[in-house]
Design a protein around this ligand. Structure first.
Ligand SMILES: *Cc1c(COP(=O)(O)O)cnc(C)c1O
Length: 217
């Protein structure tokens, strides 16, 4: 538990997988955490954070970013289309591009604001009806639309089905990314980030293992 421990485990997993040191970005997921815990991790010099809710992030990050230059904030939660403007203005990366309407809104906002956050396409690797994300079968068409819109996604993201072995989902995501020439793989959370790194994750999203249990949101 804690930033140092998780940072060490990320490094060890990189080495174990024969990956270059520093090739995995550790996103410290600060959603719903008491501010003091996040400030402690900021004070340790960690630079990359993840948030799930636009309003919560808008309330917290402008001040923290001003106090800690170089910090970046990634959106990892479901994004409503009517929050696209705020999301493009606030975030350095958006991991949850999961539908056509959102692709169009993000593209329009990026053009209007002249800001280009990194984009990851969320894939519903488990074909779960209640879960957001593009189905694997629909990914080629969706990526073609992204290209038309000049969204240039840097990679793919997944949240494997709860309570099941995540590894087949990490492998599927990697294979899809390779097929489409995408280098970014946003996968792995507190419980499985080492397995995700073994399968090629470039971005792991770790919350409770760094900050402790959070309020229910
Ligand atoms: C909350 C969240 C995380 C972090 O979860 P932990 O289990 O606390 O590490 C990672 N990814 C997404 C998409 C999340 O919503």
């Amino acid at each position: 538990m804690g930033l140092d421990d998780i940072t060490r485990r990320v490094s060890a997993a990189e080495i174990a997988a024969g990956r270059a040191p520093g090739s995995v970005t550790l996103i410290a997921v600060s959603k719903l955490q008491p501010p003091g815990r996040v400030e402690a991790v900021l004070a340790q010099g960690h630079a990359v954070y993840g948030e799930n809710y636009v309003q919560e992030a808008q309330a917290k990050w402008p001040a923290w970013s001003a106090a800690h230059p170089g910090v970046s904030v990634h959106m990892i939660g479901p994004l409503q289309s009517n929050k696209a403007r705020a999301a493009v203005a606030l975030f350095d990366a958006i991991h949850t591009l999961d539908r056509v309407t959102l692709a169009r809104k993000l593209a329009a906002q990026m053009a209007e604001q002249g800001r280009r956050p990194q984009v990851f396409v969320q894939v519903n690797t488990g074909d779960e009806p209640q879960k957001a994300g593009i189905l694997a079968d629909e990914l080629p068409g969706f990526l073609a639309l992204c290209a038309e819109l000049e969204l240039a996604p840097s990679g793919l993201m997944c949240i494997p089905p709860e309570g099941r072995d995540p590894v087949p989902h990490f492998r599927l995501l990697r294979r899809l990314a390779e097929t489409h020439g995408l280098s970014g793989l946003s996968m792995g959370m507190s419980a499985d980030f080492e397995a995700a790194i073994a399968e090629g994750a470039t971005h792991v999203r770790v919350g409770s293992a760094i900050f402790g249990a959070r309020a229910v949101g």
